[in-house]
Every structure is written in C-alpha cells, then in structure tokens.
Design a binder for this molecule. Structure first.
Ligand SMILES: [Zn+2]
Length: 500
C-alpha cells in the first residue's frame, strides 16, 4: 500500500470543512465491579480480582451496582442530559479473547441519559458540543502480547489475558457531530476532552486518568469540501490516551484525509490507531461492512427505572461544576480572561483556593503559585501540584511577608529550602537565618558602620544629594545579606545625615 501524501494543514482547511465526533469511555471509581462484588483496584496481580460472574461462568447471574448507576446519572445531569424514566441493558455479542463471556453488557437503543451538551472555550470563543447519549456498560479485560518489540500482537511469542478489568463499570459519552469549528477543530476536540475530564473529576465519580486508561477517547473525523452539504466518510481513531494526542490525532487525520481526497482517492470507513512517536494514524480494522453484534435485551437484568425523586436528589447533590467555579474565582480574585486562562492551564485553581483558605490573600496566593513556584515546576518538569510544597506552607510564607519578617527575596529563599526538603518554612527560616533584621538597635549600628565606611556618599547626602542615599541603602542590604528592611534603612540613613 502506498503512503498517501499529506496535505499541509492550512491548505486542507482552506479546501475542506472538518466534522468531528468524540466517544469517550470513563471507568467509574466504584469499589466493586458493575455486576459482581469483585474489587476494582488498579495494578493488582493479573486475574486476582475475578469471580464466576465477571468470568461469565455458567449459572452465574449479574446484579447491577447501585453506586455505578448513581455515578452515571450524576455525569448525565452535569452534562444537562435528560435522564430517561425507563431503559434496559442489552447484550452486545462478539468474540474477543479479553471478553470471557463472549458478549458485553451494554446499552443499545435505550441509553440512560440523552440530549445533553458541554460548552468549551477556545481562544475566547465558546463552542457548544451537543451530547447524543451517555450509556452504561462494562469494561473488557486486557490482552498482553509478550515477546515482540512493540507490545502489539504482530511479532509476539504468545499472549496473556488479564480479566481484572473485565466488568469494571464503564460510562460511554457520545457527542453529536461537531461542526463549524473550521481550523480550530483540533483545539475544540482537545478543549472538549479537557473540560469533560474536569467535569467528571469534579463529580468525584472517576479519577479520569488517561495514562491509566480510566478515560479513553475515540475521535471520529470526516472532511467535506467547502460549500458542500453532504458529510464525507469518517474514520475512527481509537484509544487516544492523552489530551495532547486528541489534538494531534484530529490534525493528523485532517491532513491525511485531505491528501487522499486531493489525489482522487476515497476515505475508507475504518478504525485507525494513533502513534505517539510519529503523531500519525495507521489503518486498523475496516468498518465497511457493518458488524452485526446481534444486540438483544439482557435477559438476566431487570430494566432500570430511576425514580424522579432520586434523580432530583442527585441533581441537588451535584457540586459546583468547573465552568461555574471558574466564573466565580474570576470574579472573586479579580482576574482578566487571560489571567484566568493562565491559572486554569497551570492547574493552579485548587492550589490557590487552598492557599487562600489557609489565610493568604488572593493576589499573593496567585503570585507565588504562578511565578516563583511555576518556575520551579518548569525547571523540574513536574506539575505544580506535584511540587513538594503545600498550600498551607505557601500561606505561612506569605504570613511572614505580611508581618514584615520576610521580604520577597528572602521568601524565595524559603521556598527553595522547602522544595529542597529542608523542612517547613519556619524550619528553613531558622536553619538558614533568614529573618529580616528588624531589631532597631542592630540595624542602627549597621547604618552607622556603613556611613563611616562610605564617607563620600554620606557627604553628598549631607550636602542635599538625597539620591546618593541609594548607594548607602545598598551597602546596608549587602552587610545584612539582604535581610534588612530597605525602607527602614533608608529612613535611618536620611535621619542620621540630617537629610530627612
Ligand atoms: Zn467478579
């Protein structure tokens, strides 16, 4: 097969309009599986969290996990969906080694939550992503292909199957076609995945860790020539496992499909795989012939009929959602749109909130996290939240600054000490001797010494050249290793030289 020529992104967008669709799978963080009592802990020894129900052994019967249904209804409500009054589970029949039952319990034509939306923002513009459905299903197990170079089945010696994941509650969120995004399509896709992750995280129903697979995105892309009214054939790029990859996968598919269409080819309806290393997708399974999953209503489970009272109780229990929270902090902290975006992108909202809760004022809390501590995080290539410093410690340092015990320069040294593992801020201050020299007598004697050592500058000040005092203040700061209150030192100098 020849590799089609990619069309440069700008040219592709000038000629084609992309249409997106995103299907997201989210593993709920329930203590037990969807239809049995097996634990769900990540990273356990293979096949230690299994039982006859999730292995599909004859005679076993599933029972619906109430906490999982509560979790999906919360997600549905947060996405402004309608929660249906009655629906059923369905059997999706297909054979795959990681699915011991040979069928997956899912929902087909009767999803639990329908017709929602999620607003996302890109470059100051809001895009409404319509949600088609949110349904409940169970996860499959995991195949491990051993002995090959890539971890894929090609070239492997043998394969192992781990059923620990089989039966973990899985919520699938399907968007309606996302249109009219133009050249921002990759950014809108990323913003949607980001916002959805924040939303679900705020509900506390999943840890939504893309790197551990508890949130996985499949991205559909099709192109239509500008001015056309009929959508093109779409491809589905599977299991894109980071926010950045969502953006790259969309971009890459746009360039590839435009290249194929430009060369007179046609887009094959298929699943594709995204490769982190090349940033490109490759062909997977063809979907030209619709697979027949022989869905039928799951005979072993009763229908779901969540009472309206329960749904309203859950609606009332929803926490403040990310968009409302952002609007609130922007107001309370007095941030511009740009400042808010920086704080959000730095992952600093919660840290700043906790620092304020620990007693700091908003501008100071924001300043430390966004400047000094962000710089350290960048140097260490870690997230802000992973720095070894707590919001309480930041608030403590700021309290010392406010009390005049530290200036900003000394405070930065305190943070260096805390980050280097030298202990809490008070320990670092004590061990490094970082307090401002606030003892009047001590400061006065330093000033006297500096005046004696710098007779020329002192004479100029005496003669009325107040500007010359700057050099003397500098000398005082040097003599105290930066630990004097510069303002007070200046006052003393002018006083002693009769220039105040
Ligand atoms: Zn089980």
């Amino acid at each position: 097969m020849t590799t089609p020529t990619l069309m440069p992104y700008d040219e592709a967008l000038a000629r084609f309009e992309p249409v997106l669709g995103i299907e997201t799978h989210i593993e709920l963080g329930t203590a037990s599986k969807m239809f049995c009592g097996c634990p769900t802990a990540f990273g356990a020894e293979p096949n230690t969290q299994v039982c006859p129900v999730c292995l599909g052994l004859p005679g076993s019967l599933p029972v619906t996990n109430h906490a999982a249904i509560e979790g999906i209804i919360k997600i549905g409500l947060a996405l402004d969906c309608t929660i249906v009054e009655w629906c059923r589970f369905a059997r999706k029949n297909y054979f795959y080694p990681d699915m011991p039952k040979d069928y997956q319990i899912s929902q087909y034509d009767e999803p639990l939550c329908v017709d929602g939306h999620l607003d996302v923002e890109v470059d100051g513009e809001t895009y409404r992503v319509e949600i088609e459905r949110v349904h409940m299903e169970e996860d499959t197990g995991k195949s491990l292909h051993v002995g090959g170079a890539t971890g894929r089945i090609q070239g492997a010696d043998h394969s192992l199957v781990d059923y620990n994941r089989a039966g973990i509650p899985l919520v699938e969120i399907v968007t309606k076609p996302i249109t009219a995004t133009g050249d921002r399509a990759p950014l809108v896709a990323r913003a949607y995945a980001t916002e959805l992750r924040e939303l679900v995280r705020s509900l506390g129903v999943s840890d939504v860790r893309m790197e551990e697979g508890s949130m996985r995105c499949d991205v559909n892309v099709s192109l239509m020539p500008r001015g056309a009214s009929e959508w093109g054939t779409r491809t589905e790029t599977k299991n894109v496992n980071s926010l950045r990859s969502v953006e790259r996968a969309v971009r890459s598919e746009i360039e590839r499909q435009a290249g194929v269409l430009d060369a007179g080819g046609r887009i094959v309806q298929e699943t594709r795989h995204f490769h982190e290393d090349t940033g490109r997708t490759t062909s997977g399974r063809s979907k030209e012939e619709a697979q027949d999953y022989r869905y039928f209503p799951e005979p072993d489970l009763v229908p779901m009929a969540p009472s309206r009272e329960w749904v309203e109780e859950l609606r009332a229990s929803l926490p403040e959602l990310p968009a409302a929270r952002r609007a609130r902090i922007q107001r309370e902290w007095g941030l511009s749109d740009m400042e808010l975006r920086d704080v959000v992108n730095a992952g600093a909202v919660g840290l700043i909130e906790a620092t304020i809760a620990a007693g700091a004022d908003a501008p100071s809390a924001r300043k430390w996290w966004m400047n000094e501590l962000s710089r350290h995080a960048t140097e260490r290539s870690v997230e802000l939240a992973d720095l070894p410093v707590t919001p309480e410690q930041v608030a403590r340092v700021q309290a010392m600054v406010t009390a005049g015990e530290l200036n900003d320069k000394l405070a930065r040294q305190v943070f260096q000490g805390v980050l280097a593992g030298e202990g809490a801020p008070d320990d670092v201050v004590a061990a490094r001797g970082l307090k401002i020299v606030s003892d009047e007598g001590e400061l006065a004697s330093v000033v006297d010494q500096v005046i004696a050592d710098n007779a020329d500058a002192a004479d100029k000040v005496r003669g009325g050249k107040v500007a010359a005092a700057g050099a003397l203040v500098g000398a005082v700061m040097k003599a105290t290793r930066g630990q004097a209150d510069a303002g007070r030192a200046r006052e003393l100098i002018l006083e002693k030289l009769g220039a105040s």
